[in-house]
Design a protein around this ligand. Structure first.
Ligand code: IPM
Ligand code: MG
Length: 354
């Protein structure tokens, strides 16, 4: 791929700006090495702006992001001064829905043998991806309260499953497997209880699986999938699931490979601007102390580069993170002694020299 690629950086709240700064330094190093032309433009969005001006995502900014950028690189959102997370919901969930980013791609990979809490499992056993449906399900915000605040209150959140939405995420899973040479796709649902909604998922899964005879397909109910992820993670290559189950299963899976300090994610609509964010939050107590771990943000950068068509640069970043973990050139939460800035600088140097 040639030409400039424009990346909007939304550092956000808490530790977001620190990890974003460190990660962009590393991305600059890898871009320089591979001759990539990445143009990072920083956006001031988050709690500070919301508290000062009452705006979360101005319409003009949204259109600018939608029309003029190749990717969005988001740090973290969340601030104790905004307890209902109004701005975070608007920005993060807002971008997922308004940009129709229907694939939430969450890689799960053990980057150092010591990072898993599972006895007897190693890097060869923990290497899969969760593709979470990202625009439907229980996240659509359809519902309401009736007789709110009374003893007779009724609260409803509807779960929306469309034929098109279900089919495109399931197809994305088989396409991902095909592209990455993965053999198995597992779909996870609760069709035994959610007979209508996930009955649809089951029917569509069977249909789409039939188009990919070389890929093994299996189905696990979401509770069983949670159990199997811990018992036999080596049985998974690609997991495809609904919005809410993907949220739960991806946190469980992240913990199998070192926790959310290393978990990256991409919110993707192939061919359109996509949004990349580490799974961890803004960690307000750690903000401004140069202690936050920037590795998830760096790995998120690698995922972004892969999606933007730079697999070699992405592999370089992954390698650098593996090296940093092995040499303990990391922050305290991962057993090292470096600060956020020094971790970023060491990674940038490792990338440049490697
Ligand atoms: C995630 C988060 C979000 C979600 C929250 C912050 C709305 O948990 O990205 O997994 O539920 O999707
Ligand atoms: Mg989550």
């Amino acid at each position: 791929m040639s030409g400039t690629q424009k990346i909007a950086v939304i550092p956000g709240d808490g530790i977001g700006p620190e990890v974003a700064t460190a990660a962009v330094e590393v991305l600059d190093a890898v871009a320089e090495k591979h001759g990539l032309d990445l143009d990072f433009v920083w956006f001031d969005l988050g709690a500070e702006k919301y508290l000062a001006e009452g705006v979360t995502m101005p319409q003009a900014t949204f259109e600018d992001l939608r029309d003029h950028y190749d990717a969005i690189f988001l740090g973290a959102l969340g601030d104790p001064r905004v307890p209902d997370m109004a701005h975070a919901k608007d920005i993060l969930l807002g971008l997922r829905f308004r940009l129709d980013l229907y694939i939430n791609e969450r890689p799960v990979q053990l980057l150092h043998p010591e990072l898993t809490p599972l006895k007897g499992k190693g890097p060869a056993d923990l290497d899969f991806v969760i593709l979470r449906e990202n625009t439907e399900g229980l996240y659509v915000g359809v519902g309401g309260n009736f007789k709110k605040g009374t003893p007779d209150e009724i609260a409803v959140n509807e779960m929306i499953n469309t034929r098109k939405g279900t089919e495109r995420i399931i197809r994305a899973a088989f396409e991902y497997a095909t592209r990455h040479g993965k053999r198995r796709v597992c779909m996870s649902d609760k069709a035994n209880v959610l007979t209508y909604a996930h009955g649809l998922w089951q029917r569509v899964f069977k249909e789409v699986a039939g188009e990919y005879p070389d890929i093994e397909s299996r189905h696990l109910f979401a509770d069983v999938a949670a159990m199997e992820l811990v018992r036999a993670p080596e049985d998974f290559d690609v997991i495809v699931t609904s919005n809410m189950f993907g949220d739960l299963l991806s946190d469980l899976a992240a913990q199998l490979v070192g926790g959310i300090g290393l978990a990256s994610s991409g919110n993707i609509h192939p061919g359109r601007v996509s949004l990349f964010e580490p799974v961890h939050g803004s960690a307000p107590p750690l903000a401004g102390k140069d202690v936050a771990n920037p590795l998830a943000m760096v790995l998120t950068g690698a995922q972004m580069l892969r999606t933007l068509g730079h697999p070699e640069a992405a592999a370089d970043l992954d390698r650098a993170v593996r090296g940093a973990l092995a040499d303990k050139q990391v922050t305290r939460d991962l057993g090292g002694s470096l600060g956020t800035k020094a971790t970023g600088a060491a990674l940038a140097e490792r990338v440049a020299k490697g």
